[in-house]
Write a protein that binds this ligand. Structure first.
Ligand SMILES: [Zn+2]
Length: 302
């Protein structure tokens, strides 16, 4: 009895006749989502099927006779309406037979409908199925005879009858051959430029800051000193007994020279870095343009 009662309640999920078809679907168990869907429905809009959206529990999609309605969230459900024609990025595939559709939430996999198990209704709502078949620029040129005035005329006719892809603003899925051809024409993706780092010239390790003051004459009596030890103490062997060592340390002139070299290397480094920065800014602008052009070729739009 309990099972039966639950079953009968599930059948009465939607009282609205516009949504009665969805009673056969598994989704929309949540009252908040049901309410959001009902209030988003336009007058006379009839639901055809509902789908799971990817692996999201609180997102569902409903296909109506005029739009794909996405219901997201339960407590304060948000409804997004994708007017037909839909952009089907990839047809039904995989174990769930899910089709990839471009939605405001991104490209999502729609699957798991009871009413539209083979996704025929969803695919019928896509761009190619509703609009007339798109004439690609390549095929137009192939059909055109060699005569130049006729070519212009024929192109004009085609523009009037079937606008080009750019005018239609409807993305067209290229064929495998066209994709591979576009890939070949586009070649390698332009490499992102790197900011080069300027390194300072190597000036060696810093010499000691002080050195012994060497004297070649005794600072007390002026006698010439030949002993290196006496030269360091700056006094002769007799005077050292009376006056003691006169050794002292002075600032190392090599350090001053080294500091000069280091400062010059630093200035040079900054100069080179400024050049690198300017080159990097230039390369980035060039790369941006090259990347845009590459993407256009790669997508087969040019
Ligand atoms: Zn002396």
């Amino acid at each position: 009895m309990a099972l039966l009662a639950r079953g009968s309640r599930a059948v009465a999920k939607f009282d609205d006749p516009r949504l009665s078809a969805l009673n056969a679907e598994a989704g929309f168990q949540d009252a908040g989502m049901r309410h959001a869907l009902t209030s988003a429905l336009e007058n006379g809009e009839v639901a055809r099927a509902s789908y799971n959206v990817g692996a999201h529990v609180w997102v569902a999609a409903v296909l109506t006779d005029r739009a794909l309605i996405l219901v997201k969230g339960a407590v304060r459900a948000k409804v997004m309406r994708v007017p037909l024609p839909l952009e089907i990025v990839r047809g039904p595939a995989g174990p769930k037979k899910g089709a990839r559709v471009r939605t405001p939430l991104g490209v999502k996999t729609l699957w798991g409908s009871n009413l539209d198990a083979d996704m025929a209704a969803l695919l019928a709502g896509q761009a190619g199925a509703i609009a007339e078949p798109v004439v690609r620029p390549v095929s137009v040129l192939n059909k055109v005879p060699g005569d130049a005035p006729q070519l212009v005329e024929t192109l004009g006719e085609h523009d009037a009858v079937a606008p080009t892809i750019e005018e239609r603003k409807v993305p067209v899925r290229l064929t495998r051959r066209e994709r591979s051809e576009a890939r070949r024409r586009a070649g390698k993706k332009p490499r992102r430029p790197r900011l080069q780092k300027a390194w300072g010239a190597w000036v060696g390790f810093a010499p000691p800051s002080t050195i012994w003051d060497i004297s070649y004459n005794c600072v007390m009596c002026g006698r010439a000193l030949s002993n290196p030890n006496s030269q360091r103490h700056r006094v002769g062997t007799d005077c050292i007994k009376r006056w003691g060592s006169q050794a002292r340390k002075i600032r190392n002139p090599a350090l001053t020279a080294w500091e000069d070299r280091k400062a010059r290397a630093g200035i040079e480094r900054i100069g080179r870095q400024v050049e690198f920065d300017a080159a990097y800014a230039r390369q980035r602008a060039e790369h941006e343009a090259a990347l845009t052009a590459w993407r256009e070729v790669r997508a087969g739009r040019v």
